[in-house]
Design a protein. Structure first.
Length: 749
């Protein structure tokens, strides 16, 4: 079993005089699961503080949210971290970052739903910490991956070939200058490379302002549509034959960048390349960074550098796609599967290249996995932005997973004498002074590891949200692993799934009552399953305005309302009405995919035997029952013929029932009953008698009408309607009937 990040650090935890083990850390993007990564890294670095002489992170690379955690890890590895988890920079950055902080209506732009001000505030918080200074022996390298919004062209073959380049790497060296002085940040460039390298603006002494580095980090987190592209001032340089500074402020230009994880969510090869070309031996057989890396030529990274890769997606249980064992029976699922495979392949391209270029590094890669589902993982890891409690739980889960791998794998491989000298960070006096901050970890250990005293260790109102989320994590794990699910377990199985595979029920968390159907229902999304379980257990939402004890539908409706507010503001920010309509329709469709609720009001236009302009609107407190009204124009097509046109206007009113149980984002049925009156031109709207064949011709005479039928809206836009009309006997005219099919469009509001 591969050891964890902590294993790499603990390799040096011992004999006096042994050097710190150098660690290269790569952190993938994770959206709101950045909180899980932060918890894991916090505990790993707290272990480093509690055990002086352990390994030190000297190189960190990251994409998207991982770039933020990579920067935080380098700072904490050099300066140490507080032993109060809630006061750590990791916790202060990630746990407060929710929908309320990200969605600022006044800052919504035409190209993004969320504001980057929160990340700017985070940057200010990090800068304040760095301004306190780093030790002078701190010498680390940070690599940030970002994607160009518009590719630049790389010329080759003496300009005859131009290759578009989208992915860009910003690599800087950070050196401590002692207490009270902000570290020295410089571009880390190969000084003799003919290939192009990206560099941030430099002052005359070659230093890079933290604000420039922050722009690159924020650009790396700018997930398209969610966040606007970020302007990054930079240079693309060929250093051979030139002298530093390579990117003077006056020469730098500005380009727009988006999320680095779009094309490289695992920048491991970047780390291996810079470790191979940038590190050299000191006389005492240690390692130091060269003034500039040598990136050309075939070199292997130093053998004593431990490469660690932390990914929020790495799990020791089946993912949702594991159940897709059957073949696709229609084109749309096949295309979606192929698109997902393409995106995953593109994002892991650099990982594949690492295996090809540095097979030894890939073979010895430290790659920890998560054993329990995270609260933030539904909705492609955007679910965590809905509630602070989810992010707090995931931070604690990250701490638990770090400690689990430490105790399960790392300590078991150490010499007994070294194990006796090892200290857990939560056992230090400073940590004991912050006992409430460590209580969630103690509770999770009792629940997930079966340690004694779970009821006492998990008691109290403060831990109520944690208990509920831990129970739901059990439920979701059992659902993923149950014997009747459609996934085929691999030969070595999933260790965390053994009890579920044996048919045992999910464990019960003390203080969490009730036994819901924890299995994910057919056609139920992961987010809907999660919300259903939260409602059943009575979870108290902190960020969404729902009362305690709210039903599943009430919670889902509240979440839907939050998402609609985001999409509506994004639509209204569009510069033209046409773009607003398209973005609005697409946004409502996406929200309906999360949770379908019939629109409050609908208008439509259909054409069949009659041209119909109609609409309905919901009755307060009865969203499924609506008042409806329409104006039908019958026999309109006869205007173009030579026969007398028995054109008639038919205003009708009634009720429209939209049972949500039968509705979905793809097909939304409704059932209509309505009555009205035919107003025919032929008899002057009833002002003169009907004669001849008119009494038996529909639309030729004014008379009452009763209609009943059904309609269905396809993805909320295309309307298919079929009505049966009965024209009762009146004023000597016989009763008549007709079937009125029609097809058209509708809009919901």
């Amino acid at each position: 079993m591969t050891p964890s990040i902590l294993a790499a650090m603990l390799l040096s935890a011992a004999p006096a005089g042994m050097r710190d083990t150098p660690v290269s850390l790569t952190v993938s993007g994770g959206v709101s699961l950045g909180a899980y990564e932060a918890g894991y890294l916090y505990y790993a670095l707290a272990v480093q503080r509690a055990n002086p002489g352990m390994g030190r992170v000297i190189l960190a690379t990251g994409a998207s949210a991982g770039s933020v955690n990579a920067l935080l890890s380098l700072r904490a590895s050099c300066a140490g971290t507080t032993l109060d988890p809630r006061q750590s920079l990791f916790h202060r950055v990630w746990v407060p970052m929710g929908l309320t902080q990200l969605f600022r209506p006044e800052a919504t732009s035409p190209v993004a739903a969320f504001s980057q001000k929160t990340f700017q505030d985070v940057g200010s918080m990090v800068e304040e910490e760095l301004a306190q200074g780093l030790p002078e022996d701190c010498d680390v390298v940070l690599g940030v991956v970002a994607s160009r919004l518009s590719p630049r062209l790389l010329e080759a073959a003496e300009g005859r070939l131009k290759v578009p380049v989208t992915e860009e790497h910003f690599v800087v060296r950070i050196r401590g200058r002692g207490d009270g002085r902000i570290p020295l940040i410089t571009n880390y460039l190969d000084p003799d490379l003919i290939d192009e390298q990206a560099a941030l603006p430099e002052a005359a002494d070659g230093s890079v302002a933290f604000a420039s580095l922050l722009d690159a980090v924020i650009a790396s987190t700018s997930f398209p549509v969610a966040f606007p592209p970020r302007s990054v001032k930079h240079c693309v340089v060929r250093t051979r034959g030139r002298t530093a500074p390579f990117c003077p402020e006056a020469r730098a230009s500005t380009s727009l960048f988006v999320d680095g994880g779009v094309f490289d969510n695992s920048p491991l090869r970047l780390a291996a390349t810079y470790a191979a070309g940038g590190l050299s031996r000191t006389p005492d057989r240690g390692l130091r960074w060269n003034p500039g890396p040598r990136l050309s030529g075939s070199r292997a990274p130093p053998s004593d550098v431990a490469f660690a890769f932390l990914s929020a997606d790495a799990a020791a249980f089946p993912d949702q796609s594991a159940s897709d064992s059957g073949g696709d029976t229609s084109l749309l699922p096949l295309l979606l599967r192929e698109l997902g495979g393409f995106v995953n392949s593109a994002r892991s391209r650099e990982l594949n290249l690492l295996i090809e270029d540095y097979p030894q590094t890939a073979e010895n890669l430290v790659f920890p996995r998560r054993h329990f589902p995270a609260a933030s993982s539904p909705m492609y890891a955007f679910y965590g932005f809905f509630d602070r409690g989810f992010r707090s739980f995931d931070f604690d889960l990250g701490m638990y997973e770090a400690r689990r791998q430490l105790t399960s794998f790392t300590l078991a491989r150490l010499d007994p004498a070294l194990r006796e000298r090892f200290t857990f960070p939560e056992d230090l006096p400073e940590a004991r002074a912050a006992t409430p901050s460590w209580a969630p970890l103690s509770c999770l250990r009792a629940l997930f590891d079966g340690e004694a005293g779970a009821e006492a260790r998990c008691g109290g109102d403060d831990l109520r949200p944690l208990r509920i989320l831990a129970q739901i994590s059990f439920d979701r794990l059992w659902d993923r692993c149950r014997r009747d699910s459609r996934w085929d377990p691999p030969p070595n199985g999933f260790p965390a799934c053994k009890a579920a595979q044996a048919g045992e029920p999910p464990p019960r968390v003390p203080g969490v009552t009730g036994s819901p159907d924890w299995r994910r229902w057919a056609e139920e999304s992961e987010a809907a399953q999660m919300t259903r379980l939260l409602a059943f257990y009575g979870y108290d939402w902190s960020d969404i305005p729902v009362r305690r004890g709210a039903t599943e539908d009430q919670v889902l409706a509240a979440l839907r309302s939050e998402l609609l507010a985001v999409t509506d503001h994004l639509a209204r920010a569009q510069p033209t009405f046409g773009e607003e309509a398209v973005i609005g329709a697409a946004g409502r469709l996406g929200v309906d995919l999360f949770y379908y609720v019939p629109p409050r009001a609908t208008v439509w236009l259909t054409l069949g035997r009659a041209l119909e302009i109609g609409g309905d609107w919901a009755v307060k407190r009865l969203s499924w029952l609506r008042l409806t009204g329409s104006l039908e124009i019958m026999n309109l097509g006869t205007i173009l013929g030579s026969s007398p046109p028995p054109v008639a206007f038919v205003p009708v009113v009634g009720i429209d029932a939209l049972p949500r149980e039968f509705g979905s984002v793809l097909l939304q049925p409704s059932f209509l009953v309505r009555g009205g009156y035919v107003l025919s031109f032929n008899d002057a709207f009833g002002g003169k008698p009907c004669e001849g064949n008119d009494p038996v011709t529909i639309g030729a005479c004014s008379r009452p009408v009763v209609e009943a039928g059904a309609a269905a809206a396809v993805i909320g836009i295309l309307r298919v309607q079929i009505m049966t009309a009965w024209y009762p006997p009146a004023w000597g005219m016989p009763g008549l009937w007709a079937v009125l099919p029609s097809l058209g469009f509708q809009l919901g509001f």
